[in-house]
Write a protein that binds this ligand. Structure first.
Ligand code: BGC
Length: 616
């Protein structure tokens, strides 16, 4: 009997008959109530239907901590959100290559969401770093779809384990900020599927996010929010996505076309305007009411709680700060360490760089988190008992040569008398943010000149970098070490000092290539494209796929990162020497720490089809 029911269900699903979970409830709703449920009440909430016990729920950004705004739902000012923990950004966490770490991050943010009565956290940011210029790369994991997909899935599973939903974003081909609301991403289908859709596919299949956020842009001439191919066909029919498609904020275009294509929830509120269009379309017969019912059914699956979260939940800010610090220390990438300059040795230390006292630890835009207790390299060194002298070396807000000449000269003069110089450098906030792209991939000229000139008078220059994306390093041969922290969250500087002092061993590996020049990156010729269209002419050749294939030298390759210890690999074994494409191959290797200190290693395995029938 059970067998018969299961088979009947399967046959119905196969025939395209949708089984609705809330059929009875939907049957009691008026057409106006159903249409109303398809758009937000305000900036952050969905609409309730009180007479039927359908509650409203709250969403908030994401993805590196909570940006929960005023519960009245009207505020859009990014500075006016609750105080929450700012965790390391995705650009940083990706360098851990650690699924468990991302799960832990998700769980921790999920706990905060429960305490703040937030139902959906808007994240993770899963888009591929097509170009290092994208202003929002700090919010995205990688240039590699597998890494981005696996880490997204773990983050989602972590958040959702706390009975809080996620909204994986921005689906899809949202790889630039220039004209982000109107640009058409022109991508061939193979590239779309293998590079830009794949991380979403992995995450959807492994974690079933409760919602997915459809991006502002068009994909091959159709807005994401009304793209039948992207939504109903690929996402739902092929991948089996069961959740709700929510628009990016204001990304809904033609509402009725959107409903038909599978775009469920419009955010934020459109003041009832688009709800009316849905009602009218049903009445004039251009929209089947069944389509509206199925949309509402999906929205109800997210709205109607299967289990209540405790209303009195709290969390310890101190504990979560510590977690943020632990995560940041797992993400740092040691890019150079000549003569084992790090960990720092005894001697007179000069700390240079405004960023050591005014840290940059998060990106700007919708992911901006209001946090207290912000660590700085200067303070953390002091707390660790390191004596040093400080000089700013550059002005963060003013790059003008004259202003910086005085500061630079002062630093260079001082550096002559110190055993060790630590320079904290990086990208100022004005270089990268949501809403615009970078114009080049260089650090500010004032920083490059400073490091260069310091290296002329002192041969122990150690650079700490804080930035959201890859940069060039024209001075790389002249410095002893480079420790890349990316944007490590509010506890990032505390973590950085532990690493500089050897209390922790860096174990991160780059999740993106650091090119020698912007001209070397194939997408540069078509990025950001014209006013209307960005043509993805580089095809599959994104990140290391290009540099490896074309044999173009890089500053630091994808997957690169040093350690204070050394590892030996031995005993590589494959479970089989031949497999079919449907088989699973297990690969094992023994990794031995052959150095003097504890450390972690990330084992990377790259495979390709030797006799490929398509170009690779
Ligand atoms: C951003 C999203 C964000 C939303 C809500 C949009 O402009 O692109 O990432 O979640 O605003 O703040």
């Amino acid at each position: 009997m059970i067998w018969y029911i299961i088979n009947l269900l399967n046959i119905l699903i196969f025939m395209g008959v949708k089984i609705m979970k809330f059929k009875d409830l939907i049957g009691q709703m008026s057409l106006e109530e159903k249409a109303g449920l398809c758009s937000g009440k305000d900036m952050w909430h969905t609409k309730p239907v009180e007479r039927l016990g359908i509650p409203s729920f709250m969403m908030c950004d994401g993805p590196h901590g909570l940006r929960k705004q005023d519960e009245s739902g009207v505020s859009t000012n990014v500075d006016q959100s609750i105080d929450a923990i700012c965790f390391p950004t995705a650009a940083a966490t990706a360098c851990s290559w650690d699924k468990d770490l991302l799960y832990k991050l998700g769980e921790t943010i999920g706990e905060e969401a429960v305490a703040e009565r937030v139902s959906i956290v808007l994240g993770p940011g899963t888009n591929i770093k097509r170009s290092p210029l994208c202003g929002r790369n700090f919010e995205y994991f990688s240039e590699d779809p597998y890494l981005a997909g696996m880490l997204s899935a773990s983050f989602i599973n972590g958040v959702q384990s706390k009975n809080v939903g996620t909204s994986i974003k921005h689906y899809c081909a949202n790889n630039q900020e220039t004209y982000r609301m109107s640009i058409n991403a022109a991508v061939d289908e193979r590239t779309l599927r293998e590079i830009y859709l794949l991380p979403f596919e992995i995450a959807v299949k492994l974690s079933q996010p409760r919602t997915i956020m459809a991006s502002y842009n068009l994909i091959n001439d159709t807005y994401a929010t009304e793209n039948e191919f992207i939504l109903n066909k690929v996402l739902r029919d092929e991948w089996g996505f069961k959740g709700v498609v929510v628009s990016d904020w204001g990304a809904t275009n033609e509402r009725v076309k959107g409903i038909k294509a599978g775009h469920d929830l419009e955010m934020p509120s459109s003041g009832g305007m688009n709800d009316k269009l849905i009602v009218e379309a049903v009445k004039d017969g251009s929209l089947d009411e069944k389509t509206v019912d199925e949309t509402v059914d999906r929205i109800l699956q997210v709205t109607m709680p299967t289990a209540e979260n405790p209303s009195d939940a709290t969390y310890s800010k101190e504990e979560h700060y510590q977690i943020a610090k632990d995560i940041a220390s797992e993400c740092a990438v040691l890019l150079k360490n000549q003569d084992n300059a790090l960990p720092l040795k005894a001697g007179k230390v000069l700390l240079v760089g405004e960023l050591a006292v005014v840290p940059r630890f998060q990106g700007a835009g919708s992911s901006f988190i209001n946090c207290t207790k912000i660590s700085t390299v200067a303070e953390s060194l002091k707390e660790a008992g390191v004596e040093y002298e400080f000089t700013s070396g550059y002005d963060l807000d003013d790059e003008k040569p004259k202003k910086n000449l005085k500061l630079r000269k002062a630093a260079v003069e001082l550096a002559k008398n110190f055993d060790t110089v630590i320079v904290v450098s990086g990208l100022p906030g004005s270089y990268e943010a949501e809403g615009f792209d970078r114009k080049h991939i260089n650090l500010p000229e004032s920083h490059n000149l400073l490091i260069e000139e310091l290296s002329n008078v002192n041969n122990n220059i150690n650079v700490v970098l804080t930035m959201g994306a890859s940069v060039t390093m024209p001075w790389i041969d002249k410095v002893k070490s480079v420790l890349c922290m990316y944007l490590g969250g509010q506890a990032g500087a505390d973590a950085c000092v532990d690493l500089l002092l050897g209390k922790k061993n860096p174990s991160g590996k780059l999740a993106e290539t650091f090119a020698l020049s912007l001209d070397d990156i194939p997408s540069s010729q078509n990025f950001p494209g014209s006013r209307f269209s960005s043509e993805y002419r580089e095809g599959l050749y994104v990140g290391y796929r290009y540099f490896n294939t074309a044999n173009v030298p890089v500053l630091f390759p994808f997957g690169y990162g040093l350690s204070y210890t050394t590892f030996e690999y031995s005993n590589l074994k494959l479970s089989s020497s031949e497999i079919k494409d449907t088989d699973t191959l297990t690969v094992s290797v023994d990794v031995t720490n052959t150095g003097d200190v504890e450390g972690k290693e990330i084992v990377q395995l790259y495979v390709n089809d030797v006799k490929s029938t398509v170009y690779t």
